[in-house]
Structure formats: C-alpha cells, structure tokens
Design a protein around this ligand. Sequence first.
Ligand SMILES: NC(=O)c1ccc[n+]([C@@H]2O[C@H](COP(=O)([O-])OP(=O)(O)OC[C@H]3O[C@@H](n4cnc5c(N)ncnc54)[C@H](OP(=O)(O)O)[C@@H]3O)[C@@H](O)[C@H]2O)c1
Length: 351
Amino acid sequence: MNTARTVWRISRAGSLDRLQLAEEALPPPGPGEVQLGVRAVGLNFADIFACLGLYSATPAGSFIPGLEAAGVVTAVGAPLPGHPAYECGERVLALTRFGGYATALNVDTRYLAPIPADWSFEAAAAYPVQALTAWYGLLRLGAARSGSVVLVQSAAGGVGLQALAILERLGAHAIAVVGSEAKVRFLRERTHLPDGCLVVRGGDGYAARLDAALAASGAKGFDLVFDAVLGDGFRPAFERLAPEGRYVLFGAADFMSKGARRGWLRLAWRWLRRPRLDPLAMISSNRGFMGFNLIWLWEAVERVPEAYAALAALDLPAPHVGNRYAFADARRALDDLQAGQTVGKSVLYVD
Ligand SMILES: NC(=O)c1ccc[n+]([C@@H]2O[C@H](COP(=O)([O-])OP(=O)(O)OC[C@H]3O[C@@H](n4cnc5c(N)ncnc54)[C@H](OP(=O)(O)O)[C@@H]3O)[C@@H](O)[C@H]2O)c1
C-alpha cells in the first residue's frame, strides 16, 4: 500500500521561489530498500546550489532536494544479497542522492547507518554528508595527521565544525577562519581553540592575520588548507602552504547569489576573477592542489559502508545543531543558510 507523504519539490532548478510543499504517494520499498519515517532532514549549502541549478549533479526537471535524513524504519523491502538487513523500528541515518526533503522515503539499505543510542534524530541528520566531507577531504586527500597545521575555512559551519572535531581527534593544530567576529565568539565558546588560532577572513589585514595565527601555532606554513569558499581568501592561504602542503578545495561559497535566483552578472564576475594556478611552480615549491565533490560516493555505493566505518572509528561527538526549523519552514531555513550567518548545522524536524 502506498504511504502518504509531504515533500518539498522544485519544478525545475533555477530559482528558490519554485520550491513548493506537495502531498505525494510513496510506493512500498523495493528490493534492497527500506522505508523511512523521517524525523529530521539535514540541510546543506549544496541544496541551495542545486535549487539554483549551479550544482553539477542537479537533476533535470522536477526534483526533491536533500542529501540526508534520519528516522525510523517503517517498512522493509525484499532482502538482496550484499545488502545489510534492517528491521522495522530501527533508528537509522541515510544518505540520499536528492529526495531527502520528505516526511517519508525509500532508501537503498547500503546508504544507511544505525544512529548511536545517545544521539537525537536531529544530530543524526546533521552527520552523514558533512562528516563524510570532512573525513574525505582531511584524511583521504589531505593526509592530515597528528601535529599537522590545518587552515579550516568556514570553521563555524556544518562541515567546518566536523573538520575541527576530526582534527582534535587526530591531535592536529587547526587554524579556524570564519566570516565574522560573531562566529569567532561562537568558536571561542564552543571549542578549545586558543584565540591566536581564530581568524576573521577578508580585508587588507587578512594575510597578516594568517601569519600571526601561524606564528601562534609555531609553524611557518600550513600543511593543509581545507577550503570551500574560494574567493579573495584563496591566494593568501595558498601562498602560505608549507613545502609538501596540500590545498583541498571542495566548494565555492563565494559564488553564492544573494537572492532567490542565480545572479548571472555576479557569477560571471566571480568566474572571470577565479584564481589560476601554475602547475610548473607547484613542482618546485612542493605544493599540491586537489578538489573533490562527495557526490562520487553515491555512485560508488560499495564504498559507503567502508566510509561509514572509518568515520565511526573516529568516534566523533554528536554534531552541533545550530539551527532547527519545522519541516514546513524549509524555505526560511534555506534563506538563513544562504545568508552565510548560520553557525553549526541547520536541520528540519518532522513532528
Ligand atoms: N564538495 C563536496 O562534496 C561538499 C560536500 C559538502 C559541502 N560542501 C561545501 O562545503 C561548504 C560548507 O557547507 P555547509 O553545508 O557545511 O555550509 P556552512 O558552512 O554551514 O554554511 C556556508 C558558509 O559559507 C560561508 N560563505 C562564504 N562566502 C559566502 C557567501 N557569498 N554566501 C554565503 N555564505 C558564504 C559562510 O561562512 P563564513 O563566512 O564563516 O566562511 C557560510 O556560513 C559549502 O561551500 C558547500 O558547498 C562541499
């Protein structure tokens, strides 16, 4: 029997104004799937890029945004070999390749993981995308280890806080860069980072502030820069990579528009001014540059359990949910996220 559900659906990418609440029927889970009664949905900056049509993996035509959710298993499809088994009533978190903004959904069991007993549904929905992003960028690409000096951009945001938690586990030195003094105050209260390692991005003095933070860490350069902003902060950070240092770029928040639409003029201006690197200079300076988009993990489903296991081994604390919104308030939640002032993770809760 079909399940009635509420979703946020966009008729086609291009404007956040096209996002509408809709009632839909959800068929029973197929083979290798379970049905999830969703209790919380994790919001990602990428959801806005997807709705604007600026995300490479944006589906053509109508789609439901959303890359992650948490809830309770309410129905189980026929088991398939190689798929983990779940039972009705289990609390699980899920990666979704779009489709997460829904009160019920069917998920391939290979994208699921159990929720730690002491975590809320909201903390669980805040976890998979941003923790996996931080883990993959810092450890798999960035080779961060104990003692590494690591610049984390947007450190008070969803991915940023996960990155700080992972670096703390490793015994690495984080230098946390944020867009405002208010976020410095938040990090001062929330983390154990000394004041010398908290830096506000931008302005004429930015390079000098990075130098002061490096000096406070007893380092001459960054072993790793973990950045999803790009923009004017790119060059000063890249130039301060230590020999063997790696720059890992995984987003371009600086390209985000200010309104519901793409803002072509602003985009074109950002595009023309994007930084360019000389690969020959990177040989003699021993610096590396890498980029990634975690969407590849949805295609490589056989690697998802290994990624979840590597994360679980880090035993990270429950993510900080900074912003809670009712499911029906998704549009306001996205506006707040787009404005760039939120701290921690933004989550929709389903009553
Ligand atoms: N490649 C991947 O697989 C992948 C996966 C997940 C996330 N990401 C990227 O990682 C970044 C963080 O994602 P998140 O979901 O955790 O979001 P978030 O960090 O919680 O929020 C985005 C942050 O971007 C910063 N920002 C810089 N310029 C901005 C602008 N022009 N407009 C708005 N915000 C701006 C703001 O922080 P500050 O001003 O403090 O810097 C803002 O709070 C995003 O760029 C996202 O696209 C990439």
